[in-house]
Design a protein around this ligand. Structure first.
Ligand SMILES: C[S@@+](CC[C@H](N)C(=O)[O-])C[C@H]1O[C@@H](n2cnc3c(N)ncnc32)[C@H](O)[C@@H]1O
Length: 274
């Protein structure tokens, strides 16, 4: 599968770790509250395709043990290097072959990655390892828009951002799976009777430097950069943003507000012991 070639380089994993956002508190609240509706004691959570722990570390305060799995050794090394919580561990494993016993996990999460999987095989593994009333939460961000108190400025900032991420990088988004993510996972399904689809709007303030760093962590940008190592797309991008904002500050001290939908599928394994 194409997935096995993604995020394998240490340099890309380090960029990923530096610039990809951690799970939003709205996402964590939804997942934990849903799980607690039918489970009082939370023992083990597993974050599949965890990257370097973006959705993993926020689970730590709620569980005795949290395990992050990813097929990329480089991502796992970054997670181990930078995670401080003592109840979090990381290991290399495939989403379709999770190295845990049957009925041993209260929660499985998957952030920003399920579009890369054989989803049917992944779901069968999840169903095998979840305890009765255990929960699977699969979520992903849609595209950023930039918001501003002056709506026209917000529109202009968004236009500049989209021109960079979609037009400049257009030829490098060549994995069909991105459509599944952009469609908010409507193509995927968790076949449990107790199941919800939720969309949440999440905002994040970023400096222009961090926004450029976020773009640089895209697989599409990494491909573009390999083919065009001398092309600097970020200096003109910063200049356009500063002009639209009508400010003369430095990119590292200029803050913009990003907003994006997070689409989540959340489902509970039936308790057949009842
Ligand atoms: C876009 S990153 C998401 C990382 C992190 N969960 C986040 O929220 O930012 C996708 C991750 O999925 C991993 N991945 C892709 N296919 C996988 C598979 N079949 N099994 C396990 N991990 C996989 C990649 O190595 C990569 O780290």
């Amino acid at each position: 599968m194409a997935t096995r070639k993604q995020f394998t380089e240490a340099e890309h994993a380090a960029l990923y770790n530096k610039y990809r956002p951690k799970a939003d508190s709205k996402v964590l609240d939804k997942v934990i509250n849903y799980l607690k509706e039918k489970k009082k004691t939370l023992n083990v959570a597993v974050d599949v395709a965890c990257g370097s722990g973006q959705g993993t570390v926020g689970l730590a305060p709620h569980f005795k043990k949290v395990i992050g799995y990813d097929i990329s050794t480089a991502q796992i090394n970054e997670g181990r290097r930078t995670t401080k919580a003592e109840n979090v561990e990381y290991d290399v494993a495939d989403a379709e072959n999770i190295p845990l016993p049957d009925n041993s996990v209260d929660l499985v999460t998957c952030s920003q990655a399920a579009h890369w999987f054989d989803f049917g095989a992944f779901f069968r593994e999840v169903d095998r390892i979840l305890t009765p009333n255990g929960v699977l939460a699969v979520y992903s961000r849609g595209d950023y828009v930039l918001v501003h108190q002056d709506a026209d400025v917000g529109k202009e900032l968004t236009k500049i951002y989209k021109e960079c991420t979609w037009k400049t990088l257009a030829a490098y988004w060549n994995d069909p799976v991105h459509a599944t993510r952009q469609n908010g996972y409507v193509d995927l399904d968790i076949p449990y009777p107790d199941f919800e689809r939720v969309t949440m709007e999440c905002q994040l303030d970023l400096t222009l430097t961090r926004l450029a760093g976020f773009i640089s962590s895209f697989t599409a940008y990494q491909r573009f950069h390999r083919e065009n190592p001398n092309d600097d797309i970020f200096t003109p991008l910063h200049a356009r943003f500063l002009q639209a904002l009508n400010v003369q500050t430095l990119p590292e001290e200029t803050i913009v507000t990003t907003s994006c939908p997070i689409s989540m599928m959340i489902g509970r394994k039936p308790d057949t012991n009842l």
